[in-house]
Design a protein around this ligand. Sequence first.
Ligand SMILES: NC(=O)c1ccc[n+]([C@@H]2O[C@H](COP(=O)([O-])OP(=O)(O)OC[C@H]3O[C@@H](n4cnc5c(N)ncnc54)[C@H](OP(=O)(O)O)[C@@H]3O)[C@@H](O)[C@H]2O)c1
Length: 229
Amino acid sequence: MKTFVIIGSTTGIGLSITQKLIQNNRVFGVSRREHSELNHTNYTHFSFDVLEDSWDTISFPEQIDGLVYCPGSIQLKPLKMLTDKVIREDMEINFFGAINCIKAVSDRLQQNSSILLFSTVAVQQGMPFHASISSAKGAIEGLTRSLAAEFAPKVRVNSIAPSIVDTPLAKRLLNNDRKRELISNKHPLKRVGEVEDISELACFLLSVSASWITGQIIGVDGGKSSISL
Ligand SMILES: NC(=O)c1ccc[n+]([C@@H]2O[C@H](COP(=O)([O-])OP(=O)(O)OC[C@H]3O[C@@H](n4cnc5c(N)ncnc54)[C@H](OP(=O)(O)O)[C@@H]3O)[C@@H](O)[C@H]2O)c1
């Protein structure tokens, strides 16, 4: 049985990955609040705030086969409203959280293990009001390739870059039928993402089937990053 650490295991994409992995693996989930339905024998939860708490307070499993870092943000503002506070908040949760988490577990990552991070379609494709989040996620893309080089051949490092996915994080953008339709129509595949669209690829990238894939940023975005209709 393999052991996976999922930071942000309790809602959205991280929850969907956790629900798939716990069927056949041990999962050590981390988030601020526990999820009442995740009471599986293969699941252990640790309550932790990546913005407030110190990584050395987490008792991570001794041997880790895969790490997924999910916490992120969507703060869309025109440049004039992007205060240093907003930009720093985006960097803290998306980038510093990820890099400090990797530092905290790197000695426990086993041979042939895998790290999975999250970017966004807005790094590849310029979008208005995304300056802060695309900069923070751009840092994640650089981190992905750099650590893939540094950790090869022992540990693979990849990122998924989704377009909008129906999760609590994106709730404000999808909270009525009109918004959902407008956003769906901006995608060549004419719908928003579901968590399974992302967690299927996530579980593949964490598995031995992806053992020759590292340093990749893979778009799961309804065609948005590469197709113009
Ligand atoms: N959803 C989208 O449309 C979309 C689009 C592009 C990229 N992404 C990226 O995909 C990733 C996953 O997004 P998602 O939509 O699944 O997010 P989500 O629904 O907000 O889930 C985030 C998870 O992280 C935990 N978390 C949040 N803040 C935390 C903190 N300070 N300390 C510890 N845990 C924390 C949450 O649990 P608690 O709240 O209990 O802590 C939850 O388990 C993110 O990196 C996001 O930027 C998402």
